[in-house]
Design a protein around this ligand. Structure first.
Ligand SMILES: [Zn+2]
Length: 352
């Protein structure tokens, strides 16, 4: 297992997010990756690598899944914010107004407050001085992991934060800014894979990934997640979303009720893997790996235990597919390390 570690992950260290009507300390913290790295030091399942330095290649890959005006905004958002008022340097940026149904999204407003609303969907994802650098380096890790698998590596892991699977073509949210799983899938497509599948096992629906590929039949998107009728991100992730146009049939959502047991969750995983196999068995598999399905997770509601992550890794290896994993959610901070490394260790044990 090649592990591409985002060395800039601490640069995104935001203070407060809007959560249930209050500004609370961010759930998505650098400590999450500290715990994974500490556990990897204890159980080294693979060597740590820096991403391949290739700015031009990364820019082209990002432009294939994100809108140019979104990337431009995100890259310059912090400097713009501080230029508005030097005192802003002490405060993270949170949007507070959004263009919902009936408003126009085609006209780019001049107002900074309007543009950050246009390019986001919640107030839980603060942008701060290091957000762009950390997110971009994470995208480089995802791309490098995909390139390693394209070059015949059996498995590679993009160990990064902020996560990516909620970020869509032109919006951030859900702690996500650049969609690492989508970037990995696109990179595999651009390097010889005719058909790719993305399997999202985070507790929350991978709405960004679904939206990016919704009209395409070359990338199958499968997501197992908390039912959006009660669980974040609420407005996408229902079972009747199957893709559109050429992509009709290339999206599978498997929503599960809050409180779902490991037994039921693994049954849903089998359904997801059956769809992956039907899509085309030799395609590389991208796994959006969130471990917020853990029973102790503070913002989620499934009941997986530490050993279940070993089983998940074993099951992924038994698909026989080459696999790229991207690090997504998981907020029971101390246990994130054990659970993530359990997936990797289970995979390596079963992959032989
Ligand atoms: Zn999640």
């Amino acid at each position: 297992m090649k592990i591409f570690r985002n060395a800039l992950y601490r640069r995104h260290d935001a203070r407060l997010e809007m959560y249930r009507g209050r500004l609370v300390p961010c759930h998505e913290t650098p400590a999450r990756l500290d715990h994974v790295l500490a556990e990897l030091a204890r159980r080294p399942v693979g060597a740590l690598h820096d991403p391949v330095p290739d700015d031009a290649g990364l820019d082209a890959a990002l432009a294939a899944i994100h809108a140019p005006r979104y990337l431009d905004f995100l890259a310059g958002a912090w400097d713009e914010w501080v230029a508005l008022d030097p005192a802003n340097a002490g405060t993270d940026i949170l949007p507070a107004v959004w263009p919902v149904r009936g408003f126009r999204a085609d006209v780019l407003p001049e107002s900074f407050a309007a543009r950050i609303g246009l390019f986001s969907f919640d107030a839980g994802s603060p942008v701060m001085a290091g957000t762009w650098a950390a997110a971009r380096e994470g995208a480089a890790c995802a791309r490098s992991a995909a390139l390693a698998v394209a070059a015949a590596e059996r498995a590679a892991f993009a160990l990064t934060r902020p996560p990516g699977h909620h970020a869509g073509p032109d919006f951030f949210g859900g702690y996500c800014f650049l969609n690492n799983a989508a970037l990995a899938a696109q990179t595999l497509r651009d390097h010889g894979a005719a058909r790719v599948a993305v399997l999202d096992v985070d507790y929350h629906h991978g709405n960004g990934t679904q939206t990016i590929f919704y009209g395409r039949d070359d990338v199958l998107t499968v997501s197992l997640h908390g039912d959006p009728r009660t669980e974040y991100p609420f407005f996408l992730g229902h079972a009747d979303e199957r893709g559109e146009g050429a992509g009709l049939g290339a999206n599978l959502n498997l929503p599960l009720p809050r409180g779902t047991s490991a037994t039921t969750w693994f049954e849903a995983l089998e359904a997801g893997l059956a769809a992956v196999a039907a899509h085309r068995a030799e395609a590389p598999l991208v796994v959006a790996l969130g471990v917020d399905t853990f029973e102790g997770d503070p913002i989620s509601g499934f009941h997986l235990r530490a050993d279940d992550y070993l089983r998940l890794g074993e099951r992924l290896a038994r698909t026989g597919l080459p696999v790229v994993l991207t690090m997504e959610g998981g907020y029971a901070v101390a246990e994130v390390g054990v659970n993530v490394v359990n997936v990797l260790e289970g995979f390596m044990a079963a992959a032989g």
